[in-house]
Design a protein around this ligand. Structure first.
Ligand SMILES: Cc1cc2nc3c(=O)[nH]c(=O)nc-3n(C[C@H](O)[C@H](O)[C@H](O)COP(=O)(O)OP(=O)(O)OC[C@H]3O[C@@H](n4cnc5c(N)ncnc54)[C@H](O)[C@@H]3O)c2cc1C
Length: 428
């Protein structure tokens, strides 16, 4: 089976590695499957670089505990690498722009022998850590300009005019997806539909979050995950600011961006915020998108994962973790069905079963995360005094009485159990 993965982001790279892991367990299948990643950008290498030496051009994420657990299942050494080179964050402290502490939200799963917490990590580190486990010969540095589904094969056209046929195409190309999918609403057309111990501050004109970053010299232990110890900070901080803007300026000048940030946050009480802005070189400004719920994520030979299927609100803090869980589920189910159906003519049956089971495992859950993220609201819009006070009061009450509500949406989902349940639904 010839498989193309379009996109070498977290979804695409982790899917490749999960597929390899499950195929390794079945020697007979390994040689029958060929996987290629199509990615236009040159992917980063760590080459022994430490977090402090890595440019923040790709920004970073809070990789939640369920995403960390997925990484551990993929490769414990990879989990260890991210824990060491990121910043373990067992809780998010929420503050108001006026300096009041509104409460704290835990972001840990302390059940079982292998606890996990959220880790703040640069995108470049996570991508490089995944990529260094993939042979360079499996990656073609090309942009896909057309990808089409079909019963006999899926067709992919590259930006050099080359047209290739695959038995299975996985769209992991993010929110702007290029895979032509008549079964999905179109991707966003124009400008943005505006929309981490890590401190998050909410104000009447936006949001600011910061966490110290680490040197990568000290291994993280169970104490760091459980919030009883903190890694020694490096010379960098990890921060982001959010505001509502209908039309963000294209490629804004770094100095202009800095002025914008100073204006937005100068009256906020926490002095660390302005200190961080003054000492920062602002590298990245990006819109955020949320996908509408799609009726399906799959066609005949094409299936979507990660942001290509569902871009989640940033308030969910779950984008990357859901990408990893998609990749784990799809890889496990595809290898399971490859084993079950051995005749070559049953290829469409293999794919159809895999896609149905994949969506059974993932779709309703991702939509629950989407709803929970949407309920958390958009704190970046401009508001007057009354709305501002109302927002603080609601956040205080939410954190005091329902602090773990969102966490439960994620904790109550056992990916492994859901995959096993889907494998048993033989009627498919
Ligand atoms: C501002 C912001 C903050 C966020 N913060 C968080 C957070 O704190 N925690 C969290 O979990 N998530 C967060 N997210 C969401 C998270 O970044 C995404 O969910 C995640 O990166 C999606 O990964 P992906 O691999 O699906 O897509 P992407 O990361 O978009 O990767 C897609 C890949 O496909 C490639 N590609 C695109 N087009 C083509 C083409 N035509 N041909 C071939 N390849 C192509 C791209 O080059 C890219 O490498 C945030 C997002 C934003 C925008």
């Amino acid at each position: 089976m010839k498989i193309a993965i379009i996109g070498g982001g977290i979804s695409g790279l982790s899917l490749y590695l999960f597929l390899q892991k499950y195929l390794e367990e079945h020697n007979d299948l390994k040689s029958a499957v060929e996987i290629t990643i199509l990615e236009p950008h040159s992917l980063p290498r760590l080459h022994g670089r430490q977090p402090d030496d890595i440019p923040s051009t790709g920004g970073g994420y809070g990789l939640a505990h369920n995403g960390m657990a997925s990484l551990r299942r993929l490769d414990p050494a990879l989990h260890e690498q991210i824990l060491r080179n990121g910043f373990p964050t067992s809780k998010f402290v929420m503050k108001s722009a006026r300096g009041w502490t509104l409460g704290a939200m835990p972001f840990t799963d302390l059940r079982g022998n292998e606890p996990d917490c959220c880790v703040m990590v640069l995108r470049e580190i996570l991508i490089a850590a995944l990529y260094e486990r993939i042979p360079t010969t499996s990656v073609i540095q090309r942009k896909v300009v057309r990808a089409e589904d079909g019963p006999e094969h899926a067709t992919v056209e590259l930006d050099n005019g080359e047209v290739c046929r695959y038995d299975l195409v996985i769209g992991a190309d993010g929110v702007w997806r290029w895979v032509s999918t008549d079964f999905l609403p179109p991707p966003p057309e124009t400008g943005p539909a505006a929309h981490g111990q890590t401190v998050m501050t909410f104000g009447p004109n936006g949001f600011f979050a910061y966490t110290p970053y680490t040197t990568g010299d000290t291994p993280a232990t169970k104490k760091h995950i459980e919030g009883e110890a903190t890694l020694p900070p490096g010379k960098n901080a990890f921060w982001w600011s959010r505001s509502a803007q209908e039309q963000p300026s294209a490629n804004p000048d770094a100095a202009v961006l800095k002025q914008e940030l100073e204006k937005r946050h100068s009256s906020w009480k926490d002095p660390t915020i302005m200190e961080i802005i003054r000492h920062s070189e602002v590298a990245l400004k990006t819109p955020t998108f949320v996908s509408p719920k799609a009726p399906t994520w799959a066609g005949k030979r094409v299936v979507l994962i990660g942001d290509a299927a569902h871009a989640l609100p940033s308030s969910s803090g779950q984008g990357v973790s859901q990408c990893l869980e998609d990749a784990e589920a799809l890889a496990s189910l595809l290898v399971f069905n490859l084993q079950r159906f051995t005749k070559p003519e049953s290829e469409l049956e293999i794919l159809s079963n895999t896609f149905k089971q994949y969506m059974q495992v993932r779709k309703a859950h991702v939509e629950k995360v989407l709803d929970a993220g949407n309920r958390a609201g958009d704190s970046s819009r401009e508001m007057g005094l009354i709305l501002e006070m109302l927002m603080y009061a609601m956040m205080w009450a939410m954190l005091k009485f329902f602090g773990t509500f969102f966490l439960k949406t994620v904790l109550n989902y056992d990916l492994h159990a859901e995959i096993e349940k889907a494998k048993k639904s033989r009627s498919m």
